[in-house]
Ligand binder design. Structure first.
Ligand code: GAL
Length: 507
């Protein structure tokens, strides 16, 4: 179910809907349980409205617009899915039909890496069962490099002290565990940690990586010699590596990391299998940090670092529709398990990265993680939302501001006429949310002759089921209670014909 499946033509159960009767009650320590406010959510407008300047020079793709009825949403979905097809076919390597799953060394280890660090992570993927739920790429980020390239051939060399057995050997060992191997470079003269970069050396680097058995390249943006500032110039710089990788004949997943500069979400899908769309994530749930100064993606020039989960999610809400089979917006590696967020915050982070179809690249120390961390990152029901073969990112359909945060509702279509709905509480208050399904579900799921089953994907039952099934479908999701920073994820699906027959007999 998780890979190799074609884009289903069933695009009509698109996610967006007018959403007016969303009801939130909150109770904070300062308020009694009866101090409730009942509010009406204004119709959400995506900030990716028209705007000629948002269009990629290389892809005349209409920017997503907000529509308020299902027929126009169907039209929009078809356009987006076609656009996704163009995007996917342009990368031209047949990879990443669903978002890549794996582990990357940077968030936890930064430059403090060695062959032991990487191999231990790879082995842990196997022993913890994470490989079995789909994680497959093991990626060394920055700092694997020797001081210089080979002075005679210009080929890249690994650091002989930290990788004494050789990166080719490490790659073999990772492959022998049934996993895939990834490496990092920058489309600049240096990497972000000042090791040698690949600008001007694309061909020799791609060939060398292929000879090392590399299956994935993360390609950064530091020290780019001023070769950015408009779409054309950035495109051409990243295109060189795309061609060089394709020319090796080895399938190498191309993960662009230009942080969204020059609106790369509009054109990166022609070249790459994933594209970072923000400055670096930090192990922070919310808030503003001067290290991540941009207030919008549109005009951002200083992408920075220390970007909080909720800020990246806000940006992703605008551009998630550009993702599709073969090319995915990348919200950055996961921080789950790195220690600075609460369980509910990590659940929100993991759930929402999954819903918007970001690559899920673990970023914690797999050899030393808690049972709670493992439990979160191996939630198969959530992973299957991310890996759903339809490959359509969920959209944010409502946002109700509260003090220090908000309550958001996200909806996304899944294969087999299923739908995912997430309610996200980014505020520090407990909230009670009542949600009329009729406002957000596609009409075919609500049609009279169908019976809908609802599963709560974080109320785990056992390994085989999606999660706790809620009682019989009614017109409302009534009084869902969310703790501060908690997210609830529901999967709604039509009863199978057989179940339906049984249901009618019983009733
Ligand atoms: C940043 C990138 C990070 C990490 C780092 C390495 O530009 O966004 O994810 O790769 O460089 O130096």
């Amino acid at each position: 179910m998780w890979d190799g499946q074609e884009l289903s033509p069933a695009v009509s159960n698109s996610a967006c809907a007018v959403f007016q009767n969303f009801n939130v009650r909150r109770s904070t320590p300062n308020l009694t349980a009866t101090a409730e406010s009942s509010l009406t959510v204004p119709v959400h407008r995506s900030s990716v409205a028209d705007g000629e300047h948002r269009r990629g020079k290389y892809l005349d793709m209409p920017a997503p617009v907000w529509h308020s009825n299902w027929s126009s949403m169907l039209f929009l979905s078809v356009i987006l899915c076609l656009a996704n097809f163009w995007l996917a076919s342009a990368a031209n390597n047949g990879l990443a039909r669903t978002p890549p799953l794996g582990w990357n060394s940077w968030n936890r280890f930064a430059c403090d890496i060695s062959e032991e660090t990487i191999l231990s992570a790879a082995k842990s993927l196997v022993t913890t069962g994470l490989k079995d739920v789909g994680y497959e790429y093991v990626v060394i980020d920055d700092c694997w490099h020797a001081d210089t390239r080979d002075p005679e051939t210009n080929a890249p060399l690994w650091n002989p002290v930290t990788f004494p057995s050789g990166i080719d050997n490490l790659s073999d060992q990772i492959h022998s565990l049934g996993l895939k191997f990834g490496i990092y470079s920058s489309a600049g003269i240096h990497t972000c940690a000042n090791r040698f970069g690949s600008l001007g050396y694309e061909d020799i680097d791609a060939k060398t990586y292929a000879s090392w058995g590399v299956d994935y390249l993360k390609y950064d943006n530091c020290w780019n010699e001023g070769l950015s500032g408009n779409t054309t110039i950035s495109y051409k710089r990243y295109e060189k590596m795309a061609h060089a990788l394709n020319a090796t004949g080895r399938p190498i997943l191309y993960a662009m990391c230009n942080w969204g500069e020059d609106q790369s979400w509009t054109w990166a899908g022609e070249l790459a299998n994933s594209w970072r769309m923000s400055g670096d994530i930090a192990d922070l749930f919310t808030g503003y940090d001067p290290g991540c100064p941009c207030t919008s993606l549109e005009n951002c020039t200083q992408f920075g670092y220390r970007c909080a989960v909720t800020r990246i999610l806000d940006w992703a809400a605008d551009i998630a529709p550009y993702s599709g089979p073969g090319g995915w917006g990348d919200l950055d590696m996961l921080e789950v398990g790195n220690g600075n967020m609460t369980k509910d915050e990590y659940i929100t982070h993991f759930s929402m990265w999954a819903l918007v179809k970001s690559p899920l690249m673990l970023g914690n120390d797999l050899a030393n993680m808690t049972a709670q961390t493992l439990d979160i990152i191996s939630n198969k029901a959530i992973i299957s939302i991310n890996q759903d073969p339809l490959g359509v990112a969920a959209s944010r359909v409502a946002q109700m501001p509260l003090e220090e945060g908000d309550v958001q509702v996200w909806v996304g279509p899944l294969a087999d006429e299923a739908t995912v709905v997430a309610i996200v509480n980014t505020s520090p208050a407990n909230v009670t949310v009542t949600l009329p399904w009729s406002e957000i579900l596609p009409p075919q799921l609500l049609a009279l002759e169908r019976v809908v089953r609802i599963f709560d994907l974080w109320q785990r039952v056992d390994d085989k089921r999606w999660g706790q099934e809620l009682g019989p479908f009614t017109s409302l999701l009534s009084e869902a209670k969310l703790r501060p920073h908690e997210t609830k994820v529901y999967r709604l699906e039509p009863q199978s014909t057989q179940d339906f027959a049984e249901f009618t007999v019983q009733s």
